[in-house]
Design a binder for this molecule. Structure first.
Ligand SMILES: [Cu+2]
Length: 131
């Protein structure tokens, strides 16, 4: 019985991943988020959809004691409050995060939470959540 439940849960997780909206992001050594083909990186998602964030992170001039080289925190533009589940820390190299887009449509902003260089304050990116 336990085995069956575990297998079902695994199957659902795999299905969730397969259907997710994949976003490839670079958190670069010059303290900038980058998305291939975009001059100014910007992400658009649908409210409540599954998002697979595939991140390539490159070390800037400074990093956290725990080895995190860039951060990623999602804030609501209207009141700068944090969105639960979207507070991430990046290690060097590639990593993936399976996330759920905010339920509330609107304008959001991502800010870096690791002091990655003197350019750190400029490390942010717009995210739009569509209904
Ligand atoms: Cu930073």
């Amino acid at each position: 019985m336990v085995v069956v439940v575990a297998a079902t849960t695994l199957g659902m997780a795999a299905q969730c991943r397969a259907q997710a909206h994949v976003i490839e992001l670079t958190a670069d050594s010059d303290s900038r988020y980058k998305i291939a083909g975009m001059r100014t990186p910007e992400i658009t998602v649908k409210a409540g959809e599954q998002v697979l964030l595939r991140v390539t992170a490159r070390r800037g001039k400074s990093w956290n004691r725990d080895g995190s080289i860039h951060g990623f925190s999602l804030l609501r533009v209207k009141d700068r409050t944090k969105v639960e589940g979207w507070e991430l820390l990046f290690k060097p190299g590639q990593q993936e995060f399976l996330l759920t887009a905010p339920a509330e449509p609107g304008e959001y902003v991502v800010v870096c939470t690791v002091i990655c260089s003197e350019e750190h304050e400029g490390m942010h990116m717009k995210i739009t959540v569509l209904p």
